[in-house]
Design a protein around this ligand. Structure first.
Ligand code: RB5
Length: 149
């Protein structure tokens, strides 16, 4: 398992904590920044992570901004990406088990670090259940085809 993470300026602190948490768990991860607290535009970072996951360079991606919303909207524009905005461990677990989500979006202004670590652990530790859920995920792919993405 190999993860890729990025944030905007409003998610730097939480992203750093999550990178540290993943490394402490022995999970390989690449941190795409930013490192400086200067204001940046979240779509730039969301696209880098989403594209890297869509290419298959990483197993899963994690994006953090103030709310997680902008990151999630942007990441879901990339074909093959199923980004989930989660503020509970339950949502995170279900996004993997039922939706085969491959990018987790978090809001630093929404969840505390402890909860965020739990949400991330649930995301990393839960497998897609397949079965009836696989045909639904396939239908998501067909929507991408029909929308020309
Ligand atoms: C930045 O102020 C904020 O708009 C951004 O981090 C994010 O919450 C957008 O969805």
């Amino acid at each position: 398992m190999k993860l890729v993470l990025a944030s905007d300026h409003a998610g730097i602190q939480l992203r750093a904590e999550l990178v540290e948490h993943l490394r402490a768990r022995g999970i390989t991860c690449e941190d795409l920044g930013p490192q400086a607290p200067t204001s940046v535009d979240y779509p730039d970072f969301a696209e880098r992570v989403a594209a890297a996951v869509a290419r298959g360079d990483f197993t899963l991606g994690v994006l953090v901004c103030g709310t997680g919303i902008g990151m999630c909207i942007t990441a879901n524009k990339v074909r093959g990406v199923r980004a989930a905005l989660c503020s509970t461990e339950f949502e995170s677990r279900m996004s993997r088990a039922h939706n085969d989500a491959n990018v987790l979006c978090l809001g630093q202004r929404v969840v505390g670090a402890g909860l965020a670590r739990g949400i991330l652990d649930a995301f990393v530790d839960t497998a897609f259940e397949g079965g009836r859920h696989a045909q639904r995920v396939e239908k998501i792919r067909l929507v991408e085809d029909r929308s020309g993405r």
